[in-house]
Ligand binder design. Sequence first.
Ligand code: ZN
Length: 134
Amino acid sequence: MVFTVKSRNQTELIDITAKIQDAVLSAGIGQGLCMLYVPHTTAAITINESADPSVKDDILMIIDQIIPWKAGYRHLEGNSPAHIKSTLVGSSELIAIENDRLVLGTWQGIFFCEFDGPRTRKVHVRLIAEKFQE
Ligand code: ZN
């Protein structure tokens, strides 16, 4: 299945945990794997703390410091920092599923990472059921 994510800012972390968990629950595969994939070159996906919203702000602040908007970039489209951020954060995540629930730690959430918004984006979700149940 494919989810649409609409970003509102140029750079933004969007919590998509509930959306993905709902999909896992309705699929009812019990035990298996959830593969998330972002088919974009200026976006990414990551797992980190979702309890305190300051954490995502800090992550974005430091990513912006490491990869500044202005540098001697050669890419003519002018969005090289977004491409670099996308590559560093990564385009996929693989999460275990147990009893129709994503296996996430208490503080973990799944974030869609927008690095060149605002745009309408896609997140592909593949659920793989374990053949042999315990
Ligand atoms: Zn570009």
